[in-house]
Design a protein around this ligand. Structure first.
Ligand code: ADP
Length: 544
């Protein structure tokens, strides 16, 4: 028996129209200076400008399913692109402004972008690859600046000014492509993920739900995570669905301007990778920050050290909620909100986990032989996920080994408990196999970072004659701190199994970061291999 329900397609234009009509007074605030100076526009204005943008792009020849790249900071124009491009039936392709030139050229050509919208401040970065872009017919520049290095270009504002508002957003199959994003390609070329209107709509609803961020029209969301990093974790569309204001920080992403933005614009919610929050916490030690407006901040993209969550709670009075996801999963899959009934003093145990799965996503743990492991919170294997906003393939890049009976193989290793809480211990490519047993690099990092003299720590596997692999810790200590490898080993003594204790340590000024601000272990491994790291050896009788 079929239902009697109408089959209205879930389209991004529906999100746009809802924000425009119901929350026309909500605002998109774009930061234009390091002290929080800003310009702002209401959702009504942003929606109207999106209509003009769609008309302008159509005039440039953008048709159904054509790809439009964005090479932009988080700002109002990017929000307009997020709304206009999918709504007109074209495909928004967010380009990572920190990719190496060859990867940037690869993704633009692979996606066959027809138009690129670029921020004037990023013209030199795009100019480096302009000659290699074989499909790009038009470049549209946002903001004033010399664009001659890009050849012929159009001015974003002039294009919009030439159009009348109003656009009859077309209706089409909700499974049509809305947007695409390439993974940051830590191994090999980046891989393309194509989101549908349906997946985007459902993911946005999930992000707004009380089981995730619980976003509503009293909220103001500071979106630190770039809009090219997995859809800024759903916040641009979630805001238009619920009327939450958006604060867009553009390039003002260092701790000092972020503190000024928080003080001036009083966001209630924010999202960013752990390194950003770690920087802000360190900054707050010498520069008090008023974070009282924030009811919650989220961190994901990499494991969030427990001590970071505790210190935000204790020193800044802010609830830091860990989430887990991937570009492939839109990205939100789980958030570490504690279960009901847990005494306050035990909450931290739950908040330190990777996250509780949200409705719409299914997770399972799979052993190396492909068998499904129990959700007992102990059995460790690779996470596989499926659901309406999880990719079922990569764009033009067959990789059957990444899929298993319709589930996405995440490359993340960990356990799942009976209440749906995931605990990641590693990525398959980072795991340390010592004497046939696994050492969790994530757990070791967290324990080292719990030492008060440590700013950051990244752990990689290095070859070892006796144990096949052993952990090496690359550590950044507080300026002026004399914390030594021996002291750190002693500190770890009571916190991890004895056979986990690392013999090899390197002291560095900063952990190398990927294009989205995560620890770049690939770079560390390469530095170790060519002998550029100065290793301090600690004598540990590895008790096994
Ligand atoms: P990339 O794979 O290039 O880093 P993504 O941003 O898509 O790009 O990264 C997804 C990966 O980030 C996940 O597979 C996982 O390894 C890691 N990750 C995300 N959130 C967490 C978390 N809360 N804890 C540990 N790892 C995480």
């Amino acid at each position: 028996m079929l239902s009697t329900m109408q089959d209205a397609p879930l389209l991004v234009s529906g999100i746009l129209r809802h924000g425009q009509q119901v929350y026309g007074e909500s605002r998109v605030i774009t930061i234009v200076g390091p002290d929080g100076q800003a310009t702002e526009a209401t959702f009504a204005v942003v929606a109207e400008r999106s209509e003009r943008l769609a008309k302008a792009l159509a005039r440039l020849g953008v048709g159904d399913s054509d790809r439009v790249g964005t090479f932009l900071w988080n700002n109002q124009a990017h929000q307009e692109a997020y709304l206009a491009i999918p709504s007109m039936g074209a495909v928004l392709h967010t380009l990572n402004i920190r990719l190496f030139p060859e990867q940037l050229a690869y993704v633009v050509n692979h996606a066959e972008d027809k138009v690129i919208i670029v921020d004037a401040s990023l013209i030199p970065l795009l100019a480096r690859v302009r000659d290699q872009l074989t499909t790009v017919k038009h470049i549209v520049v946002v903001g004033p600046g010399d664009s001659s290095a890009l050849g012929e270009t159009h001015s974003y504002e002039e294009l919009l000014a030439a159009e009348e508002p109003g656009y009859a957003w077309p209706t089409f199959d909700e499974r049509q492509a809305a947007a695409m994003c390439y993974t940051s390609g830590t191994t090999g070329n980046p891989k393309g993920v194509v989101y549908s209107h349906r997946s985007t709509y459902l993911h946005s609803l999930a992000v707004t739900s009380g089981a995730a961020l619980g976003i509503h029209d009293q909220d103001r969301v500071l979106s630190i995570v770039p809009m090219f990093h997995a859809n800024a974790w759903g916040t641009p569309y979630a805001a238009f669905m619920t009327g939450a204001d958006l604060v867009m920080p553009q390039q003002f992403l260092q701790a000092a301007p972020l503190a000024a933005i928080i003080a001036a614009h009083r966001p209630t919610l924010s999202a960013g990778v752990p390194t950003i929050w770690n920087d802000l916490l360190r900054y707050s030690q010498s520069n008090p920050i008023d974070m009282s407006s924030l009811r919650m901040i989220t961190a994901g993209g990499a494991a969030v050290p427990r001590q970071l969550i505790e210190r935000f709670r204790d020193e800044l009075g802010v609830q830091l909620v860990q989430g887990w996801g991937m570009t492939e999963t839109s990205p939100i899959c789980s958030l570490a909100l504690p279960p009901r009934g847990v005494p306050e003093e035990e909450e931290i145990e739950w908040r330190s986990k990777t996250g509780r799965v949200v409705a719409g996503v299914e997770v399972r743990v799979v052993a190396e032989d492909g068998s499904i492991l129990p959700n007992d919170g102990e059995s460790v294997g690779e996470f596989e996920v499926r659901g309406p906003w999880i990719t079922g393939s990569y764009y033009g890049d067959p990789t059957p080994e990444r899929f298993h009976d319709g589930w996405l193989c995440t490359g993340d290793i960990g356990s799942l408990d009976p209440r749906g809480y995931m605990q990641i211990s590693d990525r398959t490519k980072d795991v340390i196999k010592s004497g046939g047993e696994w050492i969790s690099s994530v757990e070791l990092e967290n324990e080292v970072m719990a030492h008060p003299g440590v700013v950051e720590a990244a752990v990689i596997a290095v070859p070892d004659e006796r144990w096949s692999e052993r952990p090496l810790v690359a550590v950044v200590v507080e300026a002026g701190s004399a914390t030594s490898a021996d002291q750190l080993v002693e500190f770890l003594g009571g916190r991890v199994s004895r056979w986990w204790l690392p013999e090899r340590w390197v002291f560095i000024g900063e952990v190398p970061k990927t294009s989205v601000g995560k620890f770049d272990k690939k770079v560390l491994r390469a530095q170790y291999a060519d002998g550029t790291l100065e290793v301090v050896e600690v004598d540990i009788q590895t008790a096994r």
